[in-house]
Structures are given as C-alpha cells and as structure tokens.
Write a protein that binds this ligand. Structure first.
Ligand SMILES: [Zn+2]
Length: 126
C-alpha cells in the first residue's frame, strides 16, 4: 500500500496541477458515447484535460437529463489526502490561485506607486 501523498505548498507540485487548480481544467471532448458500467439506459460523454490529463465521464439519460455524479480520474499525485494527521493543512483553492498568480508576477509585495504608510505633503488634499 503506497504511503499517502505528501502535502506540500502548491509551488512544489507540477506546474500543470497548479494551473488546473487555479484556473480550472481545459476539457477536450471526445466524440461518441460510452456505456455505463451498471445501467444500459445511461450513457456517458468523455472529456480529458489537455493540461493535467484528468478525465471526466458525464452520465446522462436519453432525455439529456444528467445521471448521478460524473466519474473523475485524476493523474497520480493530483489528489491530496487529509487522512494522515501528521501532514500539514491542505492548500486551499485560494493558496493555489495565489501561487499561480505569483508565478505570473502578481505579488502583494510588488512596489506600489504611492503610499508607504507615511503622510506625504505632496499628495495632501487641501
Ligand atoms: Zn487539468
């Protein structure tokens, strides 16, 4: 039995995982239908993320009505586990987005155009 995936900050994961978690998956839709493993009246459409390789099968009835939950398959290392009490807290969605936008150069510690907490007579309003 493999050990639970070690939890690390978002930047330690593959870039494509970070991008998908921050911006969502980029689905490529496959043509055709797949059979449901249990119900012959249910068919699925399959899509694959071109970023991380995740797969989703969305199940539906012939009426077009969705059936149950989509079946998801994620690449190894994508899913994180809370099972191990020794692991630090899992990154939140915000953590993923923050890490991603920082990688794009948007940081809260970026120099500001004005305002350093001190009063400035030049910017004072009369
Ligand atoms: Zn993805």
């Amino acid at each position: 039995m493999p050990k639970d995936v070690e939890i690390q900050p978002p930047k330690r994961y593959p870039k494509m995982f970070e991008e998908c978690r921050a911006r969502g998956h980029q689905w490529h839709h496959f043509p055709g239908l797949v059979d449901h493993p249990t119900y012959y009246t249910v068919k699925g459409t399959m899509s694959e993320c071109v970023g991380c390789g995740a797969e989703v099968t969305r199940w539906m009835l012939s009426t077009g009505r969705p059936f149950g939950s989509p079946t998801m398959k994620y690449p190894v290392g994508y899913l994180l586990s809370r099972k191990d009490p020794q692991t630090p807290e899992l990154p939140t969605r915000n953590d993923w987005r923050r890490s991603y936008i920082h990688s794009l150069g948007f940081r809260e510690d970026a120099p500001k155009k004005k305002g350093n907490g001190r009063a400035s007579s030049r910017n004072a309003v009369a």
